[in-house]
Design a protein around this ligand. Structure first.
Ligand SMILES: Cc1ncc(COP(=O)(O)O)c(C=O)c1O
Length: 377
């Protein structure tokens, strides 16, 4: 596997550093956009993966209709840059959250801010608050397609919530939305594909129930990166919301969703010690690589990331600023060498750094600020 920074000397890099290969990033974005065009679906990428303006600008240029995020703080950062359609796909609970939601709607009147509802109680509360503000809040009914996190069960319960939402004057129903994050726990790509088919299927079955009583034209929004190429291809789906696909990572490689070559985000780290022939220490620890081994608690990968060009090496332990790596005793790796890591989960890695270094195919470097990092509220 070719190293990203080939042509640049190891001495030039200060480490650890999170780098993004522009060419791979652009290919990933273009390929999802082509998939969406082929299947006639809109792309509303989740920006929690990169939290970066330059990358969203590329997604927008490739046709994204808006963005998905989890936090009002993330929404604000992108609304300030002129994004016209933002979905906060997270339950907004508590007075302060609702105040902030309506503040955003007031400050950015030209933009549409959407959110989700997952129960009649939440729908009534949001509707009442919206009506008191004299606004109509666009909402998706969040359906649980198997992740067992937030969402109403598909079929009759989801159809009932749709009926409730349609009765409420402060809300405008956009459609049905789900996220099949449980695909991250799959043991094979075949299982991922089954989950993807069910992800779309359960929303479409619910929509059929509603169509039988004259409720038509609902948006159908799906998408996790593992499942999107299956669920997004099911006729009737209208929108996809992949996030991780811009970078991919070692978890997507394990699932058979991406190849190592497609992984656009890498961590450059320096070997700072070789206390034994079979053990090196690198300057990327948990505060750079993140401790979670994959999205939604998936942890079937070995170690804390893939070291490019040293496939036998295992990043066995991370403390805050040290990574402890088992290598072959006859490995040529030396103290001072720069290694390139494909992390297990690229999303938290991007959230741990102030900036990404974008590497062009000609070796040119650019710094991109992770503008929504730390926007936890
Ligand atoms: C509601 C929702 N939509 C979309 C996504 C994107 O998923 P992925 O990063 O697997 O593409 C997520 C991820 O957490 C999510 O929670």
């Amino acid at each position: 596997m070719a190293q990203l920074w080939q042509g640049l000397t190891a001495e030039e890099w200060d480490t650890p550093q999170v780098v993004v290969h522009r060419g791979r990033l652009q290919d990933n974005i273009a390929s999802m956009a082509a998939f969406a065009r082929q299947h006639g679906v809109q792309v509303r990428p989740h920006v929690k993966t990169h939290k970066t303006w330059e990358i969203f600008a590329m997604q927008q240029a490739a046709g994204a209709v808006g963005l998905t995020c989890a936090k009002l703080g993330e929404a604000e950062v992108f609304l300030q840059r002129g994004v016209k359609s933002v979905l906060v796909a997270y339950p907004l609970v508590g007075t302060r959250k609702l105040e902030r939601l309506f503040e955003l709607m007031t400050r950015f009147p030209a933009a549409e801010v959407q959110t989700i509802v997952d129960s009649p109680e939440r729908a009534a509360e949001l509707a009442q608050a919206a009506a008191a503000q004299g606004v109509e809040l666009p909402v998706w009914v969040k359906v649980d397609s198997g992740l067992r996190r937030v969402g109403v069960s598909p079929g009759a319960p989801a159809a009932e919530l749709v009926r409730e939402v349609r009765k409420l004057s402060g809300l405008r129903l956009l459609g049905l939305l789900t996220h099949a994050g449980h695909a991250y726990g799959a043991a094979s790509y075949e299982q991922v594909a089954e989950i993807g088919a069910a992800e779309a299927g359960c929303l479409l079955e619910t929509a059929e129930l509603l169509a039988a009583e004259g409720v038509t034209g609902l948006g159908i929004s799906v998408g996790s990166t593992p499942t999107v190429k299956v669920s997004g291809a099911v006729p009737g789906v209208t929108e996809i919301r992949p996030g991780n696909y811009v970078f991919y990572d070692a978890t997507q490689v394990r699932l058979g969703v991406a190849t190592p070559e497609q992984c656009a985000l890498r961590v450059l780290t320096r070997v700072v010690a070789r206390p034994e022939a079979g053990r090196i220490v690198i300057d990327a620890g948990a505060k750079t690589l993140a401790l979670d081994k994959g999205a939604h608690g998936s942890d079937a990968v070995a170690g804390h990331g893939l070291i490019v060009g040293h496939e036998g090496a295992v990043i066995e332990r991370l403390s805050e600023e040290h990574g402890v790596v088992r290598i072959a005793e006859d490995s040529p790796i030396r103290v001072g060498d720069v290694l390139e890591i494909i992390p297990n989960h690229s999303c938290p890695v991007a959230n741990l750094t102030d900036e990404l270094t974008a590497i062009g195919e000609d070796g040119s470097l650019e710094t991109w600020n992770v503008i929504a990092r730390g926007k936890m509220r």
